[in-house]
Write a protein that binds this ligand. Structure first.
Ligand code: FE2
Length: 446
């Protein structure tokens, strides 16, 4: 018989019906005739490995095909750069195709892990059927000794600025649901109304009501981290279950620069901490390699009465933060003093990685501590602001089934968008507080 026969000839849906289903979902091409094994470069699932070449009768849909000798080739994992407009300076991010995350080989996991650490963001396509449990297990695989959600139980503190935005999946507490709209039931959560965080709830001033659906802002640039008692998670996974269609918005910085960008509704915006470091002056690079930041105790409660800058990159200083007497008990040893730069464990590159809203003080290289909150924030804003200009921002255009894995110790990200109540969005987020501290520029853990 002549071959090969490709999926487009036999219809992919028929090929997918061959044999036992989960492994065979990988099957893309069926080759017939005198074939070599060279399509098996990336290991096929073990159940297929047992009989890659033997006499078989294959049932394809309702037809029976008798094949004397066959081999099944597996469409292997494929990594491509994200498509970035030519006007953008974004040089990070990849898309990954042909992955069955619930049956991931060690080799394929290594490829994904490498991609996340080298490219900061990996968008794994076509994962619509992925369960919360599988999402948790994949996320945990990057940091296997950890098991607690990145914010621990502090998320439930009513006064925390995070409290209204996330709902915990009862049977998988490391996974949170975020989004917009009313849902009768989702993964054991009943009658839930999700509200997409709107900048008017967090920024000092807001876009006028009449422009609200056309224009939006970065809500709050951050890394996912409790920044008190718990170490920052290494990896966050974000899964698009339901994505509103069509609309785009103008993202405004409203900071006097006139900068703005066109973004899809409900994008998540990412910037690279590595790039943020790279574009600093040599003098600033030296400073950020040597200085540290002290985060507030219970930062998300502490900041709750304060208001953000219009670019979402840190808070304004109006003396509104809660005093210690109004916070839950503080254990001095749980206060986090972390480097300004984190070292990438795979590439060794440095990322400027500061959660601007949660910072309370700067520990200067000469040993002094800068505690004037306005001065602290102004300095950090000066260092970080160039890195969030439009050419450095990647606004992901979500498609249902996208599972984004990002290096939470190498990128900052933010929610974006203003929705009507009818525009439904449902996402799942998972990360876990690491048992290891972050890697500083000196190679030490903090
Ligand atoms: Fe986040």
């Amino acid at each position: 018989m002549a071959g090969p026969y490709y999926a487009k000839d036999l219809r992919q849906s028929e090929l997918l019906s061959i044999g036992r289903h989960r492994e065979e979902a990988h099957i893309w091409t069926l080759k017939v005739g005198e074939l070599t094994y060279n399509k098996f470069d990336s290991a096929p699932p073990s159940t297929i490995q047992h009989h890659p070449l033997q006499r078989k009768k294959l049932v394809v849909s309702r037809r029976t095909i008798n094949i004397s000798i066959f081999t099944m080739a597996i469409k292997s994992l494929e990594i491509r750069p994200l498509s970035i407009p030519s006007t953008s300076a974004v040089d990070f991010g990849v898309e990954i195709h042909n992955v069955d995350l619930e049956n991931l080989t060690e080799d394929d996991f290594d490829l994904i892990q490498n991609a996340v650490y080298k490219s900061h963001i990996a968008v794994i396509k076509n994962q619509a059927g992925l369960s919360p449990k599988a999402q948790y297990e994949l996320t945990k695989r990057f940091d296997p000794t950890t098991d607690n959600y990145g914010h621990g139980k502090t998320l439930n503190a009513k006064r925390s600025v995070l409290h209204p935005d996330l709902k915990t999946i009862p049977h998988q507490p490391q996974v949170q649901v975020i989004g917009n709209g009313y849902y009768d039931e989702y993964e054991g959560l009943k009658n839930i109304t999700l509200k997409h965080p709107h900048h008017k709830k967090f920024h000092q001033d807001a876009i006028l009501e009449e422009d609200d659906l056309n224009a939006t802002r970065f809500f709050r640039w951050h890394m996912d981290a409790a920044l008190y008692a718990l170490n920052p998670p290494k990896i966050t996974s974000l899964m698009a279950v339901k994505v509103p269609e069509g609309r785009r918005q103008t993202l405004r910085y409203d900071d006097g620069t006139g900068e703005e960008m066109d973004v899809p509704l409900g994008t998540t915006a990412f910037v690279s901490g590595q790039n943020m470091y790279r574009i600093l002056s040599e003098e600033d690079k030296k400073f950020v390699r040597e200085a540290k930041v002290e985060y507030a105790a219970h930062p998300y409660i502490w900041m709750s009465p304060a208001k953000s800058r219009s670019d979402g990159l840190g808070m304004l200083s109006e003396g509104l933060e809660l005093p210690n007497s109004e916070l839950p008990p503080i254990n001095e040893k749980d206060i986090k003093i972390l480097p300004m730069c984190y070292k990438n464990p795979v590439t060794g590159n440095l990322a400027l990685q500061i959660h601007p809203s949660a910072v309370k003080a700067i520990h200067l290289p000469n040993g002094e501590i800068m505690t004037d909150l306005k001065e602290v924030r102004d300095l950090i804003h000066r260092l970080q602001r160039p890195g969030i200009s439009p050419q450095h921002v990647y606004p992901h255009d979500w498609v249902e089934g996208d599972l984004v894995l990002f290096n939470n110790q190498g990128v900052l990200h933010t929610v974006v968008g203003a929705f009507t109540p009818e525009e439904k969005r449902l996402f799942r987020q998972c990360n876990m507080a690491s048992n290891e501290g972050v890697l500083g520029p000196d190679g030490k853990r903090y």
